[in-house]
Design a binder for this molecule. Sequence first.
Ligand code: ADP
Ligand code: MG
Length: 615
Amino acid sequence: MKSIFGILQYVKGYWRYAILNIVFNIISALFSLFSIAMLFPFLQVLFSNDSKKMDAILQMGQPEFHFSSESIINNINYILSKDIEAHGQIHTLIGICLFIVTTIFFKNLFRYLAMFFIAPIRNGVVKDMRNNLFQKILILPLSYYSDERKGAIMSHMTTDVREVEWSIMNSLEMVFREPIAIIISLVLMILMSWKLTVLAFILLPITGIFIGRIGKSLKRTSTKEKEKTGLLLSILDETLGGLRIIKAFNAENSIKQKFIKENNAYTRLMVRAYRKIDLSSPLSEFMGVTVFVVILYVGGKMVLGNQPTMEGAVFITYLALFSQLIAPAKAFTTAYYNLQKGLASTERINKILNAEVTIKNPPHPKPLNSFEKEIEYKNVSFAYRENEVGWVLNNINLKIEKGKTIALVGQSGSGKTTLADMLPRFYDPSHGEILVDGIVIKDSRLADLRSLMGIVTQESILFNDTVFNNIAFGLDNITEQQVIEAARIANAHEFISQMPQGYYTNIGDRGSKLSGGQRQRLSIARAVLKNPPILILDEATSALDTESERLVQDALNKLMKNRTSLVIAHRLSTIQHADEIIVMQKGEIIERGTHTELINKNGAYQRLHELQSFV
Ligand code: ADP
Ligand code: MG
């Protein structure tokens, strides 16, 4: 139930359309009933061979009009008898037929108008939902994504949102349209025979109970189905990203088997889901007709009895109205099924939308607009998961004065990247704090903090866009001159100029049209253009060959000039001139000092250095 109100929250922004929709639905329902009610005069004409009865009606004169079925029937009979007397039966028949066609025309016209105004609601709600999801994905902390599979998130973005569009929005349409038709039909039916109507209303809900059962189980199936879709998307994503390795390791077959296995499981689930969905229509039809037959029997007895309590023509019109009621009731049960399926999707979407943003702006941020003095790590400890054994970082104390270069070295997995990731608050320390110019970074705005930093990582992160837009990424009002200047500093201008459309060449998915060194120089140009006072370089050259490493290292040296840098290096030769070298092991700092100091110490650094001198 909560989820339905969640959806209605989204509809709120579109209430104007909703009102138009409801108004046109009411008009349409009225016309629809009109057209059915015309069945009664039609039948009267067909069976009006009894001239004695007609004369009697005419003799009584125009009956008084009240809002009761008897008065309405008498009035209609009077008008018909007059018309037949003046122009003959065929003329009256033609009149009634034309009237029916006209009312049906208007019924459908207004029905279309109602739909016309629901289209923007339906699509708007889904658009808003997609936007909200995407925005949420952007603000959720990185830690969220190590727990959630990428495929699952893509599945929520695509299939779940589509599911909401199809199932929930179709059902909402029903919720707007059908009750109006049902209420109006009901009023008329009660007017015609309240006894039969009460009977129908005792019988109909019984059928509802059956249908509810299946609905619940359908919701469970849908949840499992979405999990499987997520798995399939994950495999697809990994496969597309890793095709090179899959081919090289002849792993096509095992990946294929993995996919086929998941795909089969998915198919089995879907078969089950469809069988349940398909059950709804036959089941509700059977139930509906059974109820209908009971009414047929009871009403028939009322018409046929020794003292008939109902006229035949009234009963037939009543049945027609009742049959009109079955369609919306059936639509309701179908909608109910779809709703169950859709609600499962909504719950998953809401899970993302309500996921806690653990890394966020403080309520009263302290200004941090420039970097003047120093960065300080104070007793920082960190674990990726709360109940993890041991720390990934253990009691780190570190000062980086403005203008200095600090290098982090140590074995892979010793926590260097984690340590660097804390500075732009990709993760927050579990214990301890980090200060920039004496301000605890948690107390400043994220945007302020991050605008002080430029980051170049081992894997260049580039987007499927032009060279220009990749360099000017995230910055506004950048001139071509500025971009070229940055590219020159990053040793990238030369190769960019040789590309087919120069700075306006598209670089492909994640920069796939470029070599590793070229990609890295674009990343550096991006950092140059941002011109941040603080630099974080995380093994920026380690994925490169010696030749491009030379170019990239040269670019990096230019970038680091006059800045404060935290450099993670795998090749010690590149950081020999750092102001301080920090040697890490298993999340702890085991040695620190300048290159010469550490070499003379004859410790871990000296051993690392020795190892690398041979290659
Ligand atoms: P380094 O950069 O020195 O190679 P990292 O900081 O990347 O080391 O990793 C330190 C430790 O934290 C490793 O044991 C690694 O397995 C773990 N780790 C890194 N990233 C994550 C993550 N997103 N979730 C859980 N554990 C992680
Ligand atoms: Mg690392």
